[in-house]
Ligand binder design. Structure first.
Ligand code: AMP
Length: 144
């Protein structure tokens, strides 16, 4: 099974983030513009936390808080659980299952290399399974 770094090779290293002092409205505007479910929250050069659609639902919408007046730093989740680029897809899935989350920044030696979502992992796994089935059927039918 491939490594998470291979997903980043295809997907790229772009990670969208907001500053810890920005408002939740700024964060959700960014998420809506680029159609993503999570942003990292930075404090200077450091990853301070993560803010996802679920945080918005539970900590803003259900509590009837103002997204314009709430600082993203006050409702982010911290600390952030991350993956190493050498982690396998399966290891990342296990990490997500354990932390009940769908987003993992990929970090090596303190450097942020990218972020993967559960959707990226599932797509990669399905692509691999498809290639495996193709390979086996060519082997069985002698067209290998
Ligand atoms: P998600 O399923 O990614 O929307 O996240 C569910 C909850 O886990 C939210 O409270 C997120 O802030 C939190 N969360 C998501 N990803 C991570 C992560 N990599 N590390 C720590 N918490 C996370």
């Amino acid at each position: 099974m491939s490594k998470v770094s291979e997903i980043l090779d295809n997907k790229g290293a772009m990670v969208l983030s907001v500053d810890i002092n920005e408002s939740v409205l700024d964060a959700i505007n960014l998420m809506a513009q680029v159609n993503i479910g999570a942003v990292l929250v930075q404090e200077g050069d450091t990853i301070a936390g993560i803010f996802t659609e679920r945080d918005y639902l539970q900590k803003i919408a259900l509590k009837d808080l103002s997204s314009k007046e709430t600082r993203v730093g006050d409702v982010m989740t911290t600390p952030v659980v991350s993956a190493d680029p050498t982690d396998s897809i399966q290891q990342c899935m296990e990490t997500m299952t354990t932390c009940r989350c769908r987003h993992l920044p990929v970090v090596h030696d303190g450097n942020l290399l990218g972020i993967v979502s559960i959707g990226d992992l599932v797509k990669r796994m399905l692509d691999e399974k498809e290639a495996e089935v193709e390979h086996l059927s060519q082997y069985i039918t002698g067209t290998y």
